[in-house]
Design a protein around this ligand. Structure first.
Ligand code: ADP
Ligand code: MG
Length: 242
């Protein structure tokens, strides 16, 4: 069984038909990178996967459960999915450690001691053992994004969604975040990553999905989709970004 199965997904905002029938799966342990021009619906797709947006049509099936079904326990379904945004979205009034413990305690009802232990382990995993007590404003963008990754990991998600996690970073800070993501992929984390980092997609992705105009134009191994694209729209996009 696929970890995530997306079936004929449609999403409109008013008369703007953004997702026009998206079908794809993410297998357990797979890293899927989604590429495509701005406005093609990549963020909307990711937001539909954890139901930050409600699709008008189609299904999102996580571990066999249709999370778009009205009877689905949305909170339980969402707990399985971690999300990392372009703009970190840390709580500014909380330390790195507290950012990583708050949802563990309130949502998962973990005892303080356990939440603390899990948070420290994940901050160590992203290379921030020395920044545990720091507040977001005291951290670089790259460090803040790594706290955001540690915070998502602290919820023990089955799937991690990344929406252009390095796009808001100064160029010299991108590498540290990509290194953390590469390590997660090697650890076997299932990841769905929207990115413009073609070198990362080529190296780390098991599969690359190229979206344009709300549909998947082409998908396959990175060597094919990035290295030797079949579709003219993919070639045009890659000429612009490579
Ligand atoms: P991408 O991430 O590929 O750049 P998005 O999914 O952000 O694309 O946006 C796709 C289209 O959906 C755009 O036309 C955008 O204006 C529209 N859109 C996205 N989110 C909303 C929203 N919350 N309300 C209205 N329109 C939206
Ligand atoms: Mg986007």
């Amino acid at each position: 069984m696929a970890l995530v199965e997306i079936k004929s997904l449609h999403k409109s905002f008013g008369s703007n038909h953004v997702l026009r029938g998206i079908d794809f799966t993410v297998e357990q342990g797979e890293v899927v990178c989604v590429i495509g021009p701005s406005g093609s619906g990549k963020s909307t797709l990711l937001r539909c996967v954890n139901l930050l947006e409600t699709p008008q049509e189609g299904q999102v099936i996580v571990r066999g459960e249709d999370i778009t079904h009205p009877d689905c326990h949305l909170d339980e379904a969402r707990q399985q999915i971690g999300m990392v945004f372009q703009q970190f979205n840390l709580f500014p009034h909380l330390s790195a450690l507290a950012n990583c413990t708050v949802a563990q305690r309130t949502v998962l009802k973990r005892p303080a001691e356990e939440a603390d232990r899990v948070a420290r382990a994940n901050l160590e995993r992203v290379g921030l053992s020395d920044k545990i007590e720091a507040y977001p404003a005291q951290l670089s963008g790259g460090q803040q994004q790594r706290v955001a990754i540690a915070r998502a990991l602290s919820m023990d998600p089955a799937l991690m969604l990344f929406d252009e996690p390095t796009s808001a970073l100064d160029p010299e800070l991108v590498g540290d975040v990509l290194t953390v993501m590469r390590k997660l992929a090697l650890d076997g984390m299932t990841m769905l990553v929207v990115t413009h980092e073609m070198a990362f997609a080529r190296e780390v992705a098991d599969r690359v999905v190229f979206m344009d105009g709300g549909v998947i134009v082409e998908q396959g191994p990175p060597a094919e989709v990035i290295g030797n694209p079949k579709e003219e729209r993919t070639r045009t996009f890659l000429r612009r970004v490579l």
